[in-house]
Design a protein. Structure first.
Length: 313
């Protein structure tokens, strides 16, 4: 048995879909636990592939493996199985929003370039229209900035694992970088949230460190990340106190405008709205479009009813 057996078994399943459509019912769920057949199944697919290629993951959530992506990440992190140098057949976990939560899981095939900016992976319960609940087994190409972790599950003969560095610096990519950029954005820094630790992120981290009388390194070590998390949490607390009688309109700026823009993007992806924290003309048009689609008065003002429909309050 080998890594290639895992890849071959996964490849043999490409094209398999839920039956009936949109039911979450698959051979993988039926095998994993009949009582769970009908739930999201990307992790059940991974468990099935490993088991049927002669490399069972073992008793983790059940005797047959895993069915929650976050559980998989947490379990293998505790076991010291996260790796910075994935090999074909390893597990990959995704974090779409860069919020620290595992959203989806697959089986790593290869890097698509020597620059390691994207990967190919076998994934269950996916489609080009819905990344993590699409209903089919496919080969997907994913950008590095969407990846939360790579895992060597310890079932192969090659057990060498390249340790993951928790300190992030220029050149790093992934959802952890996205989280840092989001913290900086929430704190008022004009930063592009793209999951790539480039010159801009380094420069703004230095500004943040200078402002807080810290060592100015431009590196996101444990101390800097902790400070960012605490300061950003104050913004979250302020948001929680935002009462339903508040209104946002063109010209407003700040974290609540950011939340509205994010919600609009989530509700109407085709708008391609840019998150700026500024209630500008583009945001005004997007708000009016959302209001029309939700039978609200299209006045372009975000009041209690619009907040409610956006799911913010």
């Amino acid at each position: 048995m080998s890594r290639q057996d895992v890849l071959n078994k996964a490849k043999s399943q490409v094209g398999t879909s839920e039956s009936p459509p949109n039911s979450n019912k698959t051979p993988y769920g039926l095998w994993y636990a009949p009582s769970l057949n009908g739930q999201k199944w990307c992790a059940m697919f991974v468990s099935w592939v490993y088991h049927h290629s002669g490399h069972p993951l073992g008793n983790i959530q059940t005797k047959k493996g895993i069915h929650h992506c976050q559980s998989a990440h947490n379990y293998y992190r505790e076991k010291g199985k996260l790796t910075a140098d994935p090999q074909p057949g390893d597990i990959v976990i995704y974090d779409w929003e860069g919020n620290g939560h595992a959203d989806h899981i697959g089986i790593f095939i290869r890097w698509t370039s020597t620059a390691r900016t994207a990967i190919e992976a076998y994934e269950g319960n996916t489609s080009t229209a819905d990344n993590s609940d699409g209903g089919s087994v496919m080969i997907r190409t994913r950008a590095r900035n969407l990846i939360k972790s790579f895992i060597n599950p310890g079932v192969f003969t090659d057990t060498t694992i390249t340790a993951v560095n928790s300190t992030l610096s220029k050149g790093a990519r992934g959802s952890q970088v996205t989280q840092i950029q989001k913290h900086l954005f929430d704190l008022g820094y004009a930063i592009e949230i793209d999951g790539w630790f480039g010159n801009q992120t380094e420069t703004l981290l230095k500004e943040y460190q200078t402002k807080n009388a810290m060592s100015v390194t431009g590196i996101a070590d444990a101390v800097t990340i902790g400070a960012l998390q605490e300061d950003a949490n104050q913004i979250a607390l302020a948001k929680s106190k935002f009462v339903s009688g508040s209104y946002l309109r063109r010209g407003n700026v700040g974290f609540m405008v950011t939340e509205v823009q994010r919600a609009l993007i989530s509700k109407i992806p085709f708008l391609k709205l840019t998150i700026t924290g500024n209630f500008d003309a583009e945001t005004l048009r997007s708000v009016k479009t959302f209001q029309l689609q939700n039978s609200l008065d299209p006045d372009g003002i975000v009041g209690p009813k619009t907040f409610g429909k956006l799911g913010i309050l």
